[in-house]
Design a protein around this ligand. Structure first.
Ligand SMILES: [Zn+2]
Length: 207
């Protein structure tokens, strides 16, 4: 199941739990703030947090990790280019917002990697740069869901205006996401869920 937990740091960000209720194991995706609230959420559901996955290195998607690590130590995973953001407070935008968010001890992912939670829960890594160089989409084809970070929102494309942003990469990445099956539900960092079908109109606006 997917549980959305909005968290508030400098901004509101959608943090997601990707959980297998049968095994009681879950991944946390983009713990942007309020780490203790996320631990409490897992524990109140009886879930063990197996891994923390981040869709890209902006601090509003990683700012809760240090608080989580004070209590438990699930391994953290990001795209290999995440190293450009996670330890650079200018690139990860935390300095701009008066914060100092650094994330170390990260395991790096590559396009095409499969991250397995349980026998019937796994996510495929699709590298979708453009908003940042390290942006990834985490896709579960069987369940028809994708965590898209800030690459695409309900009704609008992501921004390419931050360090490492790139207009043509973003366009290609959005095309890649919109090439998934129409019924795929897209879970973004800062909007309501949407579907590939509902965002097809974006394809014409970005060409
Ligand atoms: Zn972002």
């Amino acid at each position: 199941m997917i549980l959305t937990v909005p968290v508030k740091g400098v901004f509101w960000t959608n943090c997601y739990f990707y959980a297998d209720e049968n095994t009681g194991h879950c991944f946390i995706i983009d713990p942007g703030a309020q780490g203790q609230k996320l631990i409490d959420t897992a524990w109140s559901n009886g879930w063990v947090i197996n891994k923390i996955l981040i869709t890209h290195g902006h601090f509003d998607h990683t700012g809760g990790i240090s608080e989580i690590r004070k209590k438990i130590s699930p391994p953290v995973y990001a795209h290999e280019l995440g190293r450009l953001y996670l330890t650079d407070t200018t690139k990860n935008l935390s300095r701009l917002c008066g914060q100092n968010v650094i994330v170390q001890d990260v395991n790096y992912l590559h396009d095409g990697d499969i991250i397995t939670l349980s026998s019937n829960h796994s996510l495929r890594v699709i590298h979708t740069p453009g908003h940042t160089e390290d942006s990834i989409t985490l896709y579960d084809a069987g369940k028809g869901i994708a965590f898209v970070g800030d690459t695409i929102f309900k009704g609008s494309p992501g921004s390419d205006k931050y360090p490492g942003g790139n207009t043509s990469d973003l366009r290609n990445s959005i095309r890649k996401i919109l090439a998934l099956p129409e019924r795929t539900v897209l879970y973004s960092g800062h909007s309501e869920p949407t579907t590939v079908k509902d965002e097809h109109r974006l394809a014409s606006s970005i060409t």
